[in-house]
Design a protein. Structure first.
Lengths: 225, 563
């Protein structure tokens, strides 16, 4: 058979799935590894039957139902990644089993909402993307140094970043004005790297003027005198 | 909260994990902890990935790792017996914990404790719990695979008594010990070996000491006589080395009171103090609760269950070279099995009297069950706190202290008892970065990653030919840290300061302060008192009060997770 390590892993899925099936036939409810094996097995076999990616995903989702499972198991069946051999090649299928089970192992309960980030020294600017493709900017990027094709009052954004939750971003579609809020960068306020417009302490005397001048020379929009 | 607010809250939990004040249920147990602190700054949480802020010049500082960290575990829920229950980041440099606290770049963020370098390895910890690596002080290493099973369960330090399917209960041959230290270099695991303290004279002890043992084991199967105990403890006092004791279960030469007298106030680690695992029958449990006797349990009697007594008779016969056809052997085995002492032992754990749990792997315990059984036991005594909607969240009983007490039993306390706490046992600056990451949903049952000396050594691995690292079938297996000479470098050899053994690669570390350690030093334990076991073995009291617990029909952390 010349089985590869990856193929041998399919055999492991098959074995556990058969074990799960035999237990299910005895009327038992399934635990987490049993349920994961049955879902994975269903996807792999659906692909083998010549079904499409969407059909295989559906086969995984419908391989089991809440009533087949031990309490709490349904909530642990998200993000099950399975590599199956489809007619057009090996493809990844990710199954998120939808459950109504509330008996969740590891559940996090939050009584009060997280208090929103306190607003401090907010700067508002309107940004227009003058290029032909979308530009996205993430939370902690030094806004002054973002893509030269974004037009806004750059000087007002010196030493500032977007005021949105960490890890999120703002999209700037071509030609559409977008209002954003910015807050000062904290810590020691040293900008190293980026576009090289600052590359040092933000608040050093003359630094801001030099950065604006550099940006202007390089054609950053929003820096014209 | 409005439906929108609830959705936002769930998104926030999914992205950032638990925050200060949140309640987290541990696995499928009844234990719910409340997060005591969060070192992150709201809005400045660092995250790694596409479109996130752990980037050069933003969350990462463009400096070498000697000015930042080699490895950073970010935004993880730490549950540590010393540190408490807090969300933080752990910075690691050259295998040791360098800093704990807020992670990021001090150029752009306030109050950074853990400097993330532009080249630092990032292990995202959101949604995961970090504990110190488990320490199992009672391992009969009868098969090399015991090391695999230990690592897969979140144990990073073992104190072994063998290195093969032979009678060890401690080994004293210097030649054999020298071979053994090298064998254990194959696993990214800290290993110490106990010498056999069966010597009425000090010659075998001296040889074991030179052979690099980290402690001694006195065992009734090779002699737990008064002279043996006294000789060993005298010798241990001279050389600062721990002594583990399995007492005379037959009461052949001495009863429990005599053993306590011979110990004469010196520090000793009383193995399986309940007695099923061996020792004075029926009253070895009376050794617990004393200042100089550091008591531990082995895991089959923990989370006291309805089948515990039945499994033990056969286990004793099989483990101790007895013959089930011999009525006298069967009787001896039966004498060791008492429901009342098991029920009381579990209660003594919850009370903070017995400070250590261990396995007795392959010699009447399961090496990969200590985390699971310790927390299944904690869950037994928990008030019903499951947040399933039937209990109003505001009425939830918070169990931080109980959880931290049980973490101590498998991390810092065994480290203290065996003189390892200058290297392992806690998530603490300066200690080796032996850290286990657990999903909230499978805490203490199945870990996600075992970090040994700062690198992933074991953990969940998937289909190796897949497009992503988490494709089924996910198994808990070796990671890169388990391969090559790296495995040898990531673990240490626990030894004594008079050892004559020098290893070519693996670092040797002498145990310390083993003779002055006392029960009152045990973290989140140290409750002392007089335990009495009725001669029938059916009634146990603590300071005159009857103590017991109910056998469980079903243990948590078990059926949900194991096939």
């Amino acid at each position: 058979m010349e089985l590869t390590p990856s193929e041998l892993d399919r055999v492991l899925i098959f074995n556990v799935a058969q074990l799960a099936k035999s237990r299910q036939e005895r009327g038992l409810k399934l635990n987490k590894p049993e349920a994961v094996a049955l879902i994975s097995h269903a996807v792999i076999e659906a692909a083998r039957d010549g079904n499409s990616h969407a059909q295989a995903l559906q086969a995984g989702l419908s391989a089991i139902s809440d009533s087949d499972l031990l309490p709490g198991v349904g909530s642990m069946l998200s993000g099950i990644a399975i590599e199956a051999v489809f007619d057009d090649g090996r493809r990844l299928v990710v199954v998120d089993f939808l459950t109504k089970d509330l008996d969740t192992p590891g559940k996090v309960t939050r009584l009060d909402q997280v208090i929103p980030i306190p607003a401090k020294d907010i700067t508002e600017v309107t940004v227009i993307n003058e290029s032909k493709i979308q530009i996205s900017v993430t939370t902690h990027m030094h806004f002054f140094e973002v893509n030269p094709r974004l037009k806004f009052n750059r000087e007002a954004t010196y030493g500032k970043h977007l005021f949105i939750p960490a890890g999120e971003h703002v999209d700037f579609p071509p030609g559409i004005p977008v209002d954003v809020e910015l807050v000062p960068i904290s810590g020691d306020r040293v900008m190293i790297g980026f576009a090289g417009l600052v590359d040092g302490p933000l608040d050093e005397p003359g630094m801001k003027e030099r950065a604006i001048e550099r940006a202007r020379e390089l054609g950053y929009l929003g820096t014209a005198k | 909260m409005s439906p929108l607010e609830i959705e936002q809250m769930q998104q926030d939990i999914a992205v950032h994990g638990a925050r200060k004040g949140d309640f987290v249920r541990l696995g499928d147990t009844a234990l719910v902890v409340r997060v005591e602190a969060d070192d992150r700054e709201l809005g400045n949480e660092v995250q790694i990935g596409f479109g996130k802020n752990l980037r050069d010049g933003i969350g990462m500082r463009s400096v070498s790792s000697s000015e930042s960290c080699d490895v950073v575990v970010t935004n993880v829920l730490i549950i540590d017996a010393l540190l408490g229950i807090r969300v933080s980041s752990i910075g690691i440099r050259a295998g040791r914990i360098h800093a704990i606290g807020r992670a990021g770049n001090p150029d752009t963020m306030d109050n950074i404790d853990v400097v993330v370098g532009s080249g630092s390895v990032i292990i995202p910890g959101e949604g995961l719990i970090a504990t110190a690596g488990g320490i199992d002080t009672h391992v009969h290493a009868m098969t090399p695979r015991v090391c695999d099973a230990a690592l897969a369960s979140g144990v990073t330090t073992i104190i072994a008594q063998e290195f093969g399917p032979f009678w060890g209960v401690g080994v004293s041959s210097k030649w054999a010990l020298e071979q053994a230290h090298n064998m254990y270099g194959a696993w990214p695991l800290n290993v110490g070996i106990l010498g056999r303290a069966a010597g009425s004279t000090t010659s075998p002890l001296q040889e074991a000491l030179a052979g690099g043992v980290c402690g001694f084991k006195i065992h009734e199967d090779t002699g737990a006589h008064p002279r043996t105990i006294d000789t060993t403890l005298n010798f241990a006092d001279e050389h600062d080395i721990a002594v583990a004791l399995h007492t005379d279960g037959l009461n052949e030469m001495l009863s429990v009171a005599d053993t306590i007298d011979v110990i004469a106030g010196r520090a000793v680690h009383a193995f399986h103090v309940e007695g099923c695992g061996g020792g004075h029958s029926p009253d070895v449990l009376t050794m617990a609760g004393r200042e100089n006797i550091l008591a531990s349990s082995t895991n089959p009697t923990l989370a006291y269950g309805i089948n515990a007594a039945d499994e033990h008779v056969a286990m004793i016969i099989s483990a101790h070279g007895m013959n089930p056809e011999l009525p006298s052997d069967v009787q001896m085995a039966r004498n060791r099995v008492r429901n009342a002492t098991m029920a009381a032992e579990n209660r003594l754990h919850d009370m903070g009297v017995i400070p250590v749990t261990s396995s007795d792997a392959l010699g009447m315990g399961r090496v990969d069950d200590t985390w699971r059984k310790t927390f299944a036991m904690a869950s037994m005594f928990s008030d019903r706190a499951i947040l399933d909607g039937s209990v109003a969240a505001s009425e939830v009983i918070v169990e931080n202290e109980r959880v931290l007490r049980h973490v101590a039993k498998i991390t810092i306390n065994p480290a203290l008892v065996h003189g390892l706490s200058h290297e392992v046992g806690a998530i603490k600056v300066g200690l080796m970065a032996d850290i286990v990451l657990w999903p909230y949903s499978s805490f203490a049952s199945k870990p996600n990653m075992i970090i040994k000396n700062g690198l992933p050594a074991w953990g969940v691995v998937g289909d190796p030919g897949a497009t992503v690292a988490n494709a089924q079938p996910l198994v808990i297996g070796p990671q890169f840290g388990a391969f090559g000479v790296t495995a040898e470098d990531l673990g240490v050899h626990f030894t004594n300061s008079d050892s004559e053994v020098s290893l070519s690669r693996r670092r040797s570390v002498s145990v310390r302060n083993t003779r002055t350690i006392r029960s009152s030093d045990m973290i989140r334990h140290g409750i002392l008192g007089e335990i009495d076991v009725d001669p029938s073995g059916h009634v146990v009291t603590f300071n005159g009060q009857h103590i017991t617990s109910d056998p469980q029909n079903a243990a948590t952390l078990t059926r949900t997770y194991l096939i």
